[in-house]
Design a protein around this ligand. Structure first.
Ligand SMILES: [Zn+2]
Length: 362
């Protein structure tokens, strides 16, 4: 048993504690760690002065990274998050190569941010005429009904989630911009984006769309994908020198849509028939049909349907859903990057805080 502390020992301990607290400045400590981290960061360009754009690379985190992960969703299928990880680095490199036409560096500098801002301007998204719900009752993006309620008993699958999300997912619409871009690049003289043929469809709108079920009974539409998680894109095909959409025969339209689907699979790792969790989902087109019939299993013959139905709940938070182009675009990337609050994650702090190379557990 250890001896009871004397009054003298106690007063010494209290004195030490008081001195420690007097000198304890957590923000100064955190700042020293941050500087050490920036210095150790791979590929870290020199910091710009206050008020100007601050370049970032792998290892960074914070609001600027959150915005990059949404705006670059169409480049490799990056999911929302706050960390500049391998997937975001690849997306940055893909954007550099395919849009900026520069050698990939993985660094988001001011030129990159400016090009990303221009990318948004190149591909405007028309909420008012193309994406708002047409039911005539809601204001365009549902009424926020049925959060946490599912159309099937004992199922928490997102495909049965009845929630009317408060807008359309930003990552989805930014990814559509990538589709528009890649289509214009690869099929410049052949296929081009035309309009969103279907955007938001609330429960009231579902009730207005009746179709016969297998028993021949008329029932309302029940799917909930279009309650913020899905859009349908329509394309035009150039025949001769004339661009045509609806006026074209269905087989030509079908072939064009399959080419666009292939692009989405290649460039943003979209998966046809929702095959993989955490990826953009595409309704299947299937093999080219005869002029009179579509093949079995085909859901989207003459349009391209893309959704985020297979994403985890944390990637479908209300904050990702928007109702206007201004909210979709957010502040310009140059402004966001100039206000950068990029900070290392706690695990990285641990790593760079120590002179040792011991691995951080977990
Ligand atoms: Zn509606």
């Amino acid at each position: 048993m250890s001896p009871r502390p004397t009054n003298h020992t106690l007063s010494k301990v209290l004195g030490d504690l008081e001195a420690f607290l007097r000198n304890f400045r957590p923000f100064a400590v955190a700042d020293r760690m941050r500087v050490a981290w920036v210095a150790h960061r791979p590929n870290a360009p020199a910091s710009a002065g206050a008020g100007s754009f601050r370049s970032i690379a792998k290892g960074a985190s914070g609001h600027v990274v959150e915005e990059l992960r949404i705006r670059l969703a169409g480049f490799g299928g990056v999911l929302p998050g706050a960390l500049f990880d391998d997937s975001l680095e690849k997306a940055v490199q893909q954007f550099e190569q395919d849009v900026m036409k520069r050698d990939p560096t993985g660094i988001v500098d001011k030129t990159f941010a400016e090009r990303l801002d221009q990318f948004a301007k190149d591909w405007p998204i028309h909420f008012e005429k193309q994406l708002k719900c047409g039911c005539g009752k809601c204001k365009g993006f549902g009424e926020g009904r049925f959060k946490g309620e599912y159309s099937r008993k004992n199922s928490k699958l997102e495909m049965y989630h009845k929630y009317e999300y408060p807008g359309i997912h930003r990552s989805l619409l930014w990814a559509c911009r990538a589709i528009m871009h890649y289509c214009a690049e690869k099929y410049k003289e052949e296929i081009r984006f035309s309009v969103f043929s279907s955007g938001y469809r609330c429960h009231t709108d579902n009730g207005k769309h009746m179709s016969k079920n297998k028993a021949g009974v008329k029932v309302p539409r029940t799917t909930t994908n279009h309650m913020g998680k899905a859009v349908d894109l329509a394309f035009e095909t150039c025949v001769g020198s004339v661009w045509k959409g609806n006026g074209l025969d269905s087989v030509t339209r079908y072939k064009s849509c399959n080419k666009v689907r292939d692009l989405a699979v290649e460039k943003m790792k979209a998966s046809i028939s929702w095959a993989t969790a955490g990826e953009f989902g595409l309704e299947p087109g299937g093999p080219t049909p005869s002029p009179k019939s579509k093949p079995s299993g085909c859901v989207a013959p003459t349009w391209v349907h893309m959704d985020v139905r297979e994403w985890q709940a944390k990637h479908l938070d209300d904050k990702f859903f928007v109702q206007s182009q201004a909210s979709l675009d957010g502040d310009s990337m140059v402004v966001v990057g100039s206000d950068s609050t990029a900070r290392p994650q706690p695990s990285e702090l641990h790593f760079f805080d120590s002179a040792t190379t011991a691995k951080h557990p977990g």
